[in-house]
Design a protein around this ligand. Structure first.
Ligand SMILES: Nc1ncnc2c1ncn2[C@@H]1O[C@H](COP(=O)(O)OP(=O)(O)O)[C@@H](O)[C@H]1O
Ligand SMILES: [Mg+2]
Length: 308
């Protein structure tokens, strides 16, 4: 649905994006993750046809973002990181204004506005002044606005930033619903945890370079390693540590307040010998479990170049 090929962008001599290539498939929820200044907004603005690439290009549903910008604009809903809200307007007036700019009139316009109000859970606020809405509601209104022309593709630049936890949860629920409606969604964030379990694919970007693009599960699997295990026994932690350290497959054992972190030698397969050895020595095993990689760990390891 979105194809990015050798895309580069410089502001003067400053390279903001360097030769990015990746694809987003129809129906994907693609999380673009990177620290501030990484180039997320620049990339999204190029896809939204608001900025011209310096090199390379991109297409949305086959339409070139430079040569065929009009067609791209009809397909996308773009929500910028900061959008001016017309605070002196009522919610309904604001949405009707945007619906009108897309050529919707009369009963069709009313039905469309009612539809997006319903979807974004703002029906009860239709006659409220925008200025009176909470930040979370204003953000949902921003989403309602980009939905009036029923775009297939949504480009959302940090839609959850600056929201309180509750408003974040509401936005997440709304995004999941939009995805289940079949929309292709590109969403950016500098907060990893925002995008875990929301996105099926992620792209990691840092200093204008793409470090990883692909499945979220695959990213985790690449850094999983299966080489760190947690062991806990009843009472005799020190003795357990000594026994573990003597196992041929064990590289190191660390005692974290009763929880033993057991690092295995690379390539170890037969981990079952570990609980076996402990039980044989008469220890009472409480826990034996592989350490799961968090998205944070995965990100750190992928960005440190430990994985190609
Ligand atoms: N209009 C601009 N003029 C000059 N430099 C810019 C401009 N916009 C962004 N930059 C620079 O480009 C880099 C990427 O910025 P941006 O795309 O906003 O990153 P992000 O959205 O990931 O925070 C940063 O170093 C930023 O300072
Ligand atoms: Mg940005």
């Amino acid at each position: 649905m979105i194809e990015i090929r050798g895309l580069a962008k410089s502001y003067g001599a400053h390279p903001a994006l360097q030769s990015l290539s990746f694809t987003i498939e129809a129906g994907d929820m693609f999380g673009l993750i990177g620290p501030n200044g990484a180039g997320k907004t620049t990339l999204i603005r190029i896809l939204a046809t608001l900025l011209q690439p310096s090199q390379g290009g991109a297409t949305v549903d086959g339409h070139d973002v430079v040569r065929d910008a009009g067609a791209v604009r009809r397909m996308i809903g773009y929500m910028p990181d900061f959008f001016g809200v017309y605070e002196e307007l009522k919610v309904r007036e604001y949405l009707e204004f945007f619906a009108a700019t897309y050529g919707l009139r009369g009963a069709k316009r009313k039905a469309t506005v009612d539809g997006v109000l319903e979807l974004t859970d703002l029906k009860g606020k239709r006659d409220a002044m925008i200025a009176s809405l909470s930040r979370g509601m204003q953000q949902r209104l921003g989403l309602a606005r980009v939905l009036v022309h029923d775009p297939k593709v949504l480009l959302l630049d940090e839609p959850a930033s600056g929201l309180d936890p509750r408003a974040r949860i509401e936005i997440r629920a709304l995004l999941k619903e939009l995805r289940s409606m079949g929309k292709t969604i590109l969403i950016s964030s500098h907060i990893l945890a925002d995008l875990a379990d929301l996105c099926n694919k992620i792209g990691l970007i840092e200093k204008g370079r793409l470090l990883y693009a692909g499945g979220l599960k695959e990213a985790m699997a690449q850094v999983q390693g299966d080489d760190l295990w947690f062991v806990e026994v009843f009472e005799e932690t020190d003795r357990a540590k000594g026994i573990l350290e003597k196992q041929p497959c064990v590289e190191a054992v660390e005692d974290a307040e009763g929880l033993l972190r057991v690092k295995l030698r690379p390539g170890t397969r037969d981990v079952h010998t570990i609980p076996q050895a402990l039980v044989q020595e008469g220890l009472r095993l409480k826990l034996f479990k592989v350490a799961e990689v968090t998205l944070e760990d995965a990100f750190l390891r992928l960005t440190k170049g430990e994985v190609s």
